[in-house]
Design a protein around this ligand. Structure first.
Ligand code: GRF
Length: 198
């Protein structure tokens, strides 16, 4: 039987990438089992789906922590360790992580970004891609480093920009690719024995 790495998924909203990862993990040869879903927003829609699918969830509102972002993340980190988590997939987690948390999980944390990095880091990537007039757009899975959306690239999926595309139309096409790409990237990094990066 495949050794399954214990993994967590971080979300802030609807969690469609989380759903795609959880579905992919049903395959017997998938190298990870998702043991925890973490959210910084207790109202994140994806939490309900996760709970309904038997996943353990941990929602910790960042707001009461104010500027002390590390205090928020120290509690999350304790929860991760308490659940034996070895690997983290950020999936629409809308918080910039502190250098402290990034250091704790360096080489064991990946993110999905809806653009072809290094182009269009940050938010509103589809609008910006259309404004820039690019012919090709897409999504990137990358290692998380201290620079936002700057870690080493693991995998990318390309989507053509079509005549008459709106940001929503483009986002929908990119999202379908994200769902495929993220599971493939998890398979890839775990097969590469990511633990040697530690
Ligand atoms: C995705 O486009 C992801 O790339 C970005 O935020 C969006 C999250 O969507 N980081 P979902 O919550 O996974 O549906």
């Amino acid at each position: 039987m495949t050794h399954k790495t214990k993994a967590a998924i971080f979300i802030s909203g609807r969690g469609s990438n989380m759903m795609a990862l959880v579905e992919a993990a049903k395959a017997p040869d998938f190298p990870a089992e998702f043991v925890l879903v973490v959210a910084n927003d207790p109202n994140a829609a994806g939490l309900e789906w996760a709970a309904a699918h038997g996943l353990k969830t941990f929602a910790l509102d960042h707001k009461p922590f104010g500027k002390d972002r590390e205090a928020h993340e120290r509690l999350i980190d304790a929860e991760l360790r308490g659940n034996g988590v070895e690997f983290i997939c950020l999936a629409g987690y809308l918080r910039v992580l502190t250098p402290w948390l990034v250091r704790q999980w360096e080489g064991r944390m990946i993110n999905i970004h809806p653009a072809l990095l290094p182009d269009f880091k940050g938010l509103h990537t589809h609008e910006r891609a259309l404004e820039a007039g690019v012919l090709e757009h897409g999504a990137t899975v990358h290692w998380v480093s201290s620079g936002v959306d700057e870690g080493e690239i693991i995998a990318q999926a390309r989507v053509p920009v079509l005549e008459g595309d709106t940001a929503d139309m483009l986002a929908t096409r990119v999202l379908a690719e994200e769902h495929r790409l993220y599971a493939q990237a998890v398979r890839q990094v775990l097969a590469d024995k990511f633990l040697t990066k530690m």
